[in-house]
Design a protein around this ligand. Sequence first.
Ligand code: APR
Length: 229
Amino acid sequence: MKTIVVLTGAGMSAESGVKTFRDSDGLWNNYRIEEVASPVAWERDPEMVLEFYNQRRKQLFEVEPNAGHKALVKLEEKFNVQIITQNVDDLHERAGSSNVLHLHGELKKARSTVDPSLVYTLDHWELKLGDKCEKGSQLRPHIVWFGESVDMIGPAVEIISGADMVIVIGTSMVVYPAAGLLHYVKDEVPKYYIDPKAFQVHGVSNLLILRKKAGEGVPFLVDQLLKQA
Ligand code: APR
């Protein structure tokens, strides 16, 4: 079975009602990154940081996977589909995708501040000051904050380097190292970029652009790929 690697960003979940970061109504228009998504913010005002993620986690219990997420599951009928997502929502998993790697963490998980290997899945939306790990330290969101290392980038490079095809969906391609992943793909490998504002990524060849929303563009492309397979 050929391997298709799918790199997704916030635009993948936009039609599910989850805000993106840099669109006109994006999250970074209402919050300052350094106030809610950095180790400094956590040191300065942990309650504000917890509240920022609590609000996003609460919304996650109210949204559903969209047609784009579901089409990627259908693609598994004839391909080995490996998803590398920058998103911290669980919509790919809830749609039924089998292989999902989260580069920037997971909203529904919390981890110990004294032992990062202690990671817990939250079954409710609120993480509060005083919620502690089994070693007695405060729990924090299991999210990669600005200024922190993206520990999953190694496995992601490994996966994308072996792709027979790559599909990029709903990302502005401005945050590294995620945005650099396309450069690990061989020139001859066909690549697709589905995004209303998709652009020719500098130094990347064999890239076909579909300036469509995920809910329309992904099912369209998946149908074409399944017919050709
Ligand atoms: N379908 C497809 N793409 C869409 C849709 C849609 N319905 N709506 C918006 N988009 C596109 C936008 O055109 C934009 O290119 O989604 C992209 C969203 O870009 P960003 O908001 O920058 O999100 P993303 O690229 O995922 O950000 C990367 O930055 O803030 C950090 O950690 C955060 O993971 C995030 C990273």
